[in-house]
Design a protein around this ligand. Structure first.
Ligand code: CU
Length: 508
């Protein structure tokens, strides 16, 4: 998918670097931008001290993920003022699940900062008056002790200031480095700062900001309500969630990233950790170009790129075929069972010469395709308030059934002949509805006969589901497709789960 001009331009840039040595302010700027669309990524990484800042100080534009501030288009070093406020706040981490995040700028990851190599950055770190903790900032793009951390310890209601020269170009992680450091990072205290090469990056149609992080809650994945941080799980490196942009669904459904066909897309992909290394992959795309680890040597034609904890990469590709492209950590349980999943929705005309066409959504996305689990959280709230109705359970169960049970039993509950038994009008289900709770929590193997047909297969235990999710799904199943009706509660499911696994094929 790499286009020939990439090579031509890269060679040209190499030649330029070879004869001019250090990039200088005079060889850059908008003119250079226009004639040399391809970046310095092939130029050796030189430190850029282009002298004292010139002109009026500039206030940096900061953006919230997934947005990236506009390209700089400036051909001289400036003094850039960055004002970043730390805010501790409760936000959803998944549908119906809240978490107390500690943020740079009110979002996870924190605000995206964009400066030019050689700029003098006057950094103001504020800590909101209602914060409970002191915080600081370590920017990996800073040359100096602690990357700024030593000069930026800031108590609640205070502000600190330090100045640095952005000597090295690249994409850099910043994070809080106040003890306990791991906890501050686990709570969402990280973001990216781009130090543009003097001549700027090549023009593209879309730039997006995506950052992975791992999260540790005392409750299970998707367990509803407010979930506190779990230090033990964090030390053991057993995350409950692995997420892009701090929230399950932050870039799926209505929040998906967008592009049109025949466009160039650049992703700034960071990994805040605190623990995991990301195997970043976009299902259905090949990266035309990657700057691994945010460095200046580019790789081409890459499928999956490793992003270390505390590292970042710049990833570029061209969109040829419309559809949903799925961003994942290809350590794949993280994508489907811990939330590390995003969507780039590409609109435009089909290109059958490149791909015959058919949506990837249903293949990969399950219940994330619709990304609407509203009924699930409504049911959870009602349960907490003690007002949960059967209709609310059915509505929630319907959404959870899609993408969990429907993969095998089909959306209409009719199963697949000889492979997956029907749940619609199942005589086995009707004979002993309560047994379904045991089947879902413990799985089922061995011969079963449903509506006169024999099945001898395996249903794995759906142990990723919480008790209330199982209760809602089965209430939905019992009240659908001509089944006898009925209702199960969370407590009944908990009992069935706790009971010993029945012998295989028990009752047959
Ligand atoms: Cu902090």
């Amino acid at each position: 998918m790499t286009r020939p001009y990439l090579y031509v331009a890269a060679v040209a840039m190499l030649a330029l670097a070879a004869c001019s040595g250090k990039p200088s302010a005079s060889s850059s700027g908008p003119a250079a931008n226009a004639t040399a669309p391809v970046t310095s990524t092939s130029v050796a990484s030189e430190r850029g001290d282009f002298g004292p800042p010139q002109g009026e100080p500039i206030h940096a534009v900061l953006t919230s993920p997934p947005h990236v501030p506009p390209p700089i288009h400036r051909n001289y070093p400036a003094k850039v003022i960055v004002e970043l406020e730390v805010v501790e706040k409760e936000m959803p981490i998944s549908e119906g699940v809240s978490y107390t995040f500690w943020t740079f700028g009110g979002t996870v990851p924190g605000s995206f900062i964009r400066v030019r190599q050689g700029d003098t950055v006057e950094f103001h770190l504020k800590n909101a008056p209602d914060s409970k903790m002191p915080h600081n900032i370590d920017l990996h793009g800073v040359t100096g002790p602690g990357g700024g951390a030593a000069s930026s310890f800031t108590a609640p209601g205070h502000e600190s200031q330090f100045t640095f020269k952005a000597l090295n170009q690249g994409i850099y992680v910043y994070h809080c480095a106040t003890a306990p450091v791991g906890m501050h990072i686990a709570n969402g205290m990280y973001g990216l700062i781009l130090v543009e090469p003097p001549e700027g990056l090549s023009p593209v149609d879309h730039e997006y900001y995506v950052m992975q992080g791992d999260f540790y809650t005392t409750g299970k994945y998707r367990e509803k309500g407010h979930q506190p941080f779990d230090m033990e799980k964090a030390i053991d490196e057993h995350p409950t969630y692995v997420l892009f942009n701090g929230r399950e669904g932050s870039i799926t459904g209505d929040n998906a990233l967008t592009a049109k066909t025949d466009q160039k897309v650049r992703l700034f992909v960071g990994n805040g950790g605190p623990n995991l290394v990301s195997s970043f992959h976009v299902i259905g795309e090949i990266f035309d170009k990657v700057q691994p680890e945010g460095g200046t040597v580019a790789q081409h034609n890459v499928q999956t790129t490793l992003i270390p904890s505390g590292g970042a990469a710049i990833v570029e590709f061209h969109t040829d075929v419309p559809g949903s492209y799925v961003l994942v950590d290809h350590s794949i349980f993280r994508a489907f069972n811990k939330g590390a999943l995003g969507i780039l929705k590409v609109d435009g005309a089909e290109n059958k010469a490149i791909y015959s066409g058919k949506e990837v959504d249903s293949v990969y996305l399950g219940d994330r395709a619709g990304a609407n689990l509203q009924a699930v959280s409504t049911a959870a709230k009602a349960h907490a308030a003690g007002t949960l109705t059967k209709d609310e359970q059915i509505a929630a169960g319907k959404q959870l059934f899609a993408g969990t049970c429907s993969v095998c039993h089909q959306a209409n509950g009719e199963g697949l002949p000889n492979v997956f038994p029907p749940l619609a009008k199942s005589d086995l289900l009707a004979a002993d509805p309560k047994r379904a709770m045991t089947i879902v929590t413990h799985g089922l193997t061995g011969k079963v006969t449903v509506n006169g047909h024999e099945y001898d297969s395996v249903m794995p235990p759906m142990s990723q589901l919480t008790d209330d999710e199982v209760a809602n799904i089965l209430t939905y199943v019992l009240n659908s497709w001509g089944n006898p009706g009925g209702q199960f509660s969370k407590d009944e499911v908990a009992k069935a789960r706790a009971a010993a696994t029945p012998a295989p094929a028990a009752g047959h």
